[in-house]
Write a protein of this length. Sequence first.
Length: 429
Amino acid sequence: MVYLDHAATTPVRPEVLADLTDAFGLLGNASSLHEAGRHARRVVEEARETLAEAMGCTPHEVVFTSGGTEANNLALKGLYWARNAQDPTRQRILVSAVEHHAVLDPARWLADHQGAVVEELPVDSYGRLHPDTLREAIERDPASVALVSVMWANNEVGTLQPIPELAAIAAEHGIWFHTDAVQAVGLEDIDFAASGVSALTLTGHKLGGPVGVGALLLARGVDPVPVLHGGGQERDVRSGTLATPLIRGFATAVRLAVAEREEHAAHLADLRDELVAAVRGVVPDIRVNGHPTERLPGHANIGFPGCEGDALLMLLDAQGIYCSTGSACSAGVSQASHVLLAMGADPDTARESLRFSLGRGSTSADIKALADAIGPAVARCPAGAGPPPRLTAARPSPRLLPRLAGRTRPARVHPARAGISAPTACGWV
């Protein structure tokens, strides 16, 4: 098996597994007053302190959740409700057009059911939101903006956003700023306090922790309306029995990932460049989507002209090579990647990409296996709209400079979701 889908989920680290195994032997609800409960509570609070130290925040600012999706829903819905309750004229939610659906869908739900006005801000051909674009959107009517949400790093193409600069623009107008940092924690230098953001989402299973646990970091004075109601276990912001073993394992994973970040990121970047060169050596016509430098170290989103991405994925899967497409499936119907569409790709081009994502345990042997398999897979792949790709057995060519400059297009305002225009080509390297 060659696993090249670490951005979807990555294996649990041995150190984390040891902590999980130990903690699963504990008896006691962390909210109970007896000794067993107090012991469980100590484990939770020690984990909270560990995570806070790694993320540059205080323990009080850590709210544990069941994962990134819940944390994003709490941020989008809870913060919108809080600001709108304070001032009913604050109805605008500004998000980038390339957000994960765990951000886009709650925002759109608020538009459909709560009267919010959602603006999906345009990005350039590399998937990057320009600070001036956010500033212009806010300054049209600053008093009407309830919330801004922009992801730290894109899950499909890996492009990084200038989060501190964007957060500072929102702060100038007293607007709360949320960032989904699920893909970035452990790979980018993130300090919650220094970043200036109001709220930050992270999760365990992207960095060697368990599935089913995450956190929303909330700055002091940033108090969302609860989405879940019950015991109010987490600051009366989030209810539900605390998953003591998962929280302990999560905190260990964050601590280790942050401590090893620089060395690990450098290793992944070298492997990613090796992967791109190896694939290009076999299929010279590939496109690498995303920013050429401001990107996650382990992401390679590659377009194969003339190939259907879903079909190519399954051909690789049959050879034991696991990756993902840049498309999302809804009700069993494959759709073009909304990220690539927002970057200017046409719908056919947006269906031609695969995402290869590296992680702890990835090796040059994995890349060689991919290089050996990709040529025959592309040759067998059902043709897309474009001409079939050229194949070669030549040695890998050097990495190319960006071919296209970044361009932007006007903001798209929900609920007009259909007929997305795509006037520019994606940023390629």
